[in-house]
Ligand binder design. Structure first.
Ligand code: CUA
Length: 152
């Protein structure tokens, strides 16, 4: 009799876990759908014209590309403004040391390494405001390293 009870209890627990995970990634208006790394060529941010002027560029009807530079202790551009119901591919690199690009409360999170470009594709479903923070210790101003992401 108790075996059956335990079985039911553990099934409920598993369903609860799945619901929590689903809420964390889908329940919010932002979902990271792809995440990869590229090498900066020829290894220097100043030689790569994509990062000359950190910006958001429209590349298709609902498609955007964002070129973001992290440095002690800020992100450029700030704020990052993207439209709702769009898909944005972020290209993020660092001017100095290792940082991260973390959108608070979402699954959008990547390390940002000098000489490399972190590439992430993110879907924005609804308008909202999010904080971007750095979660890799990068120096005395680490705790103040933040920016704003606005989905309009
Ligand atoms: Cu940048 Cu911590």
């Amino acid at each position: 009799v108790y075996e059956r009870l335990w079985l039911v209890a553990s099934m409920i627990l598993i369903v609860a876990f799945i619901a929590t995970v689903t809420y964390g990634t889908v329940g919010l208006g932002i979902t990271m759908v792809d995440d990869r790394e590229e090498t900066l060529s020829p290894g220097d941010i100043d030689e790569d014209e994509r990062f000359e002027d950190p910006r958001i560029e429209q590349v298709g009807e609902n498609e955007f590309e964002a070129y973001v530079v992290a440095m002690t202790f800020l992100f450029q551009p700030d704020p990052i403004e993207v439209p709702a119901n769009s898909e944005v591919t972020f290209y993020v690199t660092s001017r100095d040391v290792i940082h991260s690009f973390t959108v608070v409360g979402t699954n959008t999170n990547t390390m940002v390494i000098p000489g490399e470009v972190s590439v992430m594709t993110v879907e924005f479903d609804e308008p909202g405001e999010y904080g971007i923070i750095c979660n890799e210790y990068c120096g005395v101003g680490h705790h103040d390293m933040e920016a704003e992401l606005i989905v309009v």
